[in-house]
Design a protein around this ligand. Structure first.
Ligand code: BV8
Ligand code: ZN
Length: 239
């Protein structure tokens, strides 16, 4: 691992263009359960059942119960050294694009600038029936969140399975990855697409691909360097 970290430091000394893709793993050390780990949110309930339009239509109360539980858990958590290290990494780069699958906004709380939230965020809510929306950051919601304007159901501002990602965001992420000298894929099981595909794009476009994870993932096959361990411990070593 030592020589790999030295290799990365040597590239960082040249003020490279950097792109980063993060997943739930980078927030794990802040106390946020990951999605597919043993403490996963989705234990006992499939992701598609909960985080999908048909899941919500079938059982809006149950889905809001799950999102309100997650909002509760996320309300008091703080960024960890992994998030903080990415803020400092940005200063070493000639250009830096942070792409996240996370919906917790911990990167923004840590001070990261432009963050591309591929899967939206759990904090904003929007109406299913009109264009009302509001960013209820770290604010509790009632069991049955209704639109103040039309009384329609509110939904969390996340991207559900089967839904398109926010317009234009993958093009921005794709462009940043293609331009990058160095691409980090951190704390993601690399099973959700099109987000995970950025690792293959980075490799094909000639970036040096660095994976940081507790274990191997499908993306390990395209990583030049695979650093196994906690992102909150590994990332600060790169600075
Ligand atoms: C779309 C928001 C098309 C909701 C989420 C079959 C094959 C391929 C693809 C598909 C398929 N069938 C369907 C699809 C498409 C589907 C998909 O990819 N499904 C997967 C499950 C097979 N994708 C979609 O539906 C996407 N949309 O394709 O639209 C389209 C186009 C046009 C018009 C209409 C439609 C939308 C996907 C977005 C879904 N929403 N979240 C919510 O949060 O409630 S996804 C959800 O999973 C989260 O966003 C999360 O970020 C994401 C990925 O999970 P990870 O972040 O990787 O977390 P995970 O727990 O899995 O892994 C954690 C990792 O961290 C582990 O590897 C662990 O080892 C590591 N770790 C843990 N601790 C640490 C650590 N690493 C380092 N340090 C630590 N301390
Ligand atoms: Zn409404």
């Amino acid at each position: 691992m030592k020589d790999s970290i030295d290799d990365i430091k040597a590239i960082l000394a040249l003020r490279p263009k950097i792109a980063v893709l993060t997943g739930a793993g980078i927030s794990a050390e802040s106390g946020v359960p990951t999605f597919r780990g043993s403490d996963g949110y989705w234990k006992g309930k499939s992701a598609e059942d909960l985080a999908s339009m048909q899941g919500f239509s079938q059982d809006p109360h149950g889905v809001w119960e799950w999102y309100n539980l997650r909002r509760q858990k996320l309300k008091d958590i703080k960024p960890n050294p992994g998030h903080d290290a990415l803020v400092r990494l940005e200063e070493l780069a000639s250009s830096f694009t942070l792409v996240t699958q996370n919906v917790d906004r911990l990167h923004q709380q840590a001070g990261s600038g432009q963050v591309l939230e591929l899967h939206g965020s759990i904090w904003p809510v929007r109406c299913m029936d009109c264009d009302y929306q509001e960013d209820r950051f770290q604010v509790d919601l009632p069991a049955e969140p209704r639109c103040p304007d039309c009384k329609g159901w509110l939904r969390p501002g996340v991207v559900w399975f089967g839904e398109a990602l926010p317009f234009g965001i993958m093009e921005k992420a794709d462009h940043a990855v293609r331009m990058a000298d160095l691409f980090f894929i951190i704390g993601t099981s690399a099973v959700v697409w099109p987000a995970a595909g950025l690792a293959w794009t980075a490799r094909e476009a000639g970036a040096k691909v660095v994976e940081i994870n507790l274990e191997e993932t499908p993306a390990t096959e395209v990583a030049h360097i695979s650093l196994l361990g906690k992102s909150g411990e590994i990332l600060p070593q790169l600075l």
